[in-house]
Design a protein around this ligand. Structure first.
Ligand SMILES: [Zn+2]
Length: 360
């Protein structure tokens, strides 16, 4: 660790403890809180951890009861997950609950729910989502960002249910030719474009869109006002740091989006991958401190003679398996672009994986 760290930052870095405790029941809808259920897709990987967690918002306990949805009891509540006070947010209403009538044959006795990140085009996951439709009406499909483990099931779900798709605009995304990054869902097109602060009201739930660019430029978190909960997508995850890769990932935006969460009053985070994050602010501070520390390591590596990204990766990431080095190299490039913007380094040649870097 570099001697330039403040005591507060060293304390924050030490707070960065990953929670790998997560054992999903694949294909089964599990109740997490009074308003939140989760269905985990069987697509585990080094980037998705145990798989994509699709959240179902608005199915209340007395509506779910003890019946089986997607294969098991839906009444498995998480301890300590009582509703919280609403968090702060914007007022602009989008969609309202009008689109909840979109599905033909919707009955007043069927709960109307929102889906956050329907997930990948995986037959078992689509089948589990279809099973759920025997019990609920989907009124809104919300997307945190258009990576292939988050958004591709949105379109088939829309075709089946008539529910419309809500997401941030994908029109300004940078082209991706970087294969070290998670793949982007190139076919993704939302029906409604959300902006920061937009509020969607549904059947007993209120979700606010919180724009958090960095992992991708279109990344949104969603705040559930009734429970003070924030669905953080891939922006903040408890089991790992987030991938921030060129060209659409942006380290400056990512750190700014972390700082943005510190200004909010959300009590608990629900990432797409892995377990919830309770008491999230110290964790977010630790993620920020970790990125600052990484920049110090990069500066030290350059000063020690590592002028290229592969040399920096070998020096800094010597403890991770080599198959993750391309992702690490992509992350280092994102840091270097941010550091050049701050005037800490310059690049001789192209500002990409082939660049030669010098401390200014
Ligand atoms: Zn992602």
């Amino acid at each position: 660790m570099n001697g330039n760290c403040s005591k507060e930052e060293i304390n924050s870095i030490n707070m960065l403890k990953f929670n790998k405790n997560f054992s999903p029941a694949y294909g089964e809808m599990t109740q997490i809180t009074p308003l939140i259920h989760r269905l985990v897709a069987h697509n585990p990987s080094p980037f998705t951890f145990f798989g994509t967690g699709t959240y179902i918002i608005g199915l209340k306990p007395n509506e779910g009861g003890d019946r089986k949805i997607g294969g098991s009891s839906s009444s498995e509540a998480m301890s300590g997950s009582s509703p919280h006070k609403p968090s702060e947010g914007g007022d602009r209403k989008i969609g309202g609950s009008s689109s909840s009538e979109a599905m033909s044959g919707s009955s007043p006795h069927r709960p109307k729910v929102a889906i956050i990140d329907p997930g990948p085009l995986l037959p078992s996951h689509l089948h589990a989502l279809e099973n759920m439709l025997n019990h609920v009406t989907i009124s809104h499909i919300l997307i945190t960002h258009n990576h292939v483990d988050h958004s591709p099931a949105a379109h088939p779900l829309k075709v089946i249910t008539g529910a419309e798709i809500y997401a941030f605009d994908v029109g300004a995304q940078a082209d991706m030719d970087n294969h070290a990054e998670e793949g982007r869902d190139m076919n993704f097109v939302p029906d409604h474009i959300l902006k920061d602060g937009d509020v969607i009201k549904g059947d007993g739930w209120t979700l606010e869109a919180v724009h958090t660019p960095g992992h991708l430029s279109n990344h949104l978190c969603f705040a559930l006002k009734e429970e003070g909960a924030l669905f953080t997508g891939d922006h903040v995850m408890g089991w790992s740091t987030s991938v921030v890769s060129q060209p659409d990932g942006n380290m400056k935006d990512y750190i700014t989006s972390l700082e943005k969460l510190l200004t909010r009053k959300d009590k608990i985070y629900y990432p797409t991958h892995g377990a919830p994050i309770e008491n999230p602010k110290p964790y977010v501070k630790a993620l920020i401190a970790h990125r600052h520390e990484r920049e110090r390591q990069i500066l030290d590596a350059i000063k020690a003679g590592a002028a290229t990204i592969p040399q920096m990766v070998n020096m800094i990431y010597c403890d991770i398996p080599s198959f993750l080095h391309p992702a690490a190299a992509s992350s280092v490039l994102s840091h270097l672009i941010h550091m050049q913007g701050k005037g800490q380094i310059t690049c001789d040649g192209k500002l990409d994986q082939s660049g030669i870097f010098i401390v200014t």
